[in-house]
Write a protein that binds this ligand. Structure first.
Ligand SMILES: [Zn+2]
Length: 115
């Protein structure tokens, strides 16, 4: 399994969806040899021509990514067999169904879903 990859930020797009729905779309391409750092060819070999696109809605994250800067991406398999406990249930505005928030008592992961 690939444990670590390296990407450079190629574009950051400001997006608006609804009155309060602002986000940033960050597109990154695999770092290649000849760019800023000498270890780029080591990362290019196992993941050539790879693309990562992030959509961030948390304003605290928007300053974390800079155009042209390189970032490492670490992969870790999720091995927990989640044991979910429901924290809250509430009706969805203007739609059928229930919005459920829950967390795993083993690993602490938070999940949201509809039912
Ligand atoms: Zn878990």
């Amino acid at each position: 399994m690939i444990k670590r990859a390296k990407f450079h930020v190629a574009s950051i797009e400001r997006r608006q969806s609804g009155p309060d729905g602002e986000s940033r779309k960050v597109r990154m391409y695999a770092a290649y040899n000849g760019q800023q750092n000498c270890d780029n060819s080591d990362y290019w070999q196992p993941t050539p021509d790879s693309v990562v696109t992030l959509c961030t809605v948390d304003p605290k994250l928007w300053g974390e990514f800079e155009l042209g800067k390189e970032y490492y991406l670490t992969f870790e398999a999720d091995t927990c067999v989640h044991d979910w406990v429901v924290d809250s249930k509430q009706p969805i505005d203007n739609a059928p169904g229930i919005y459920v928030k829950e967390h795993c008592v083993t690993c602490g992961k938070v999940n949201t879903r509809t039912e």
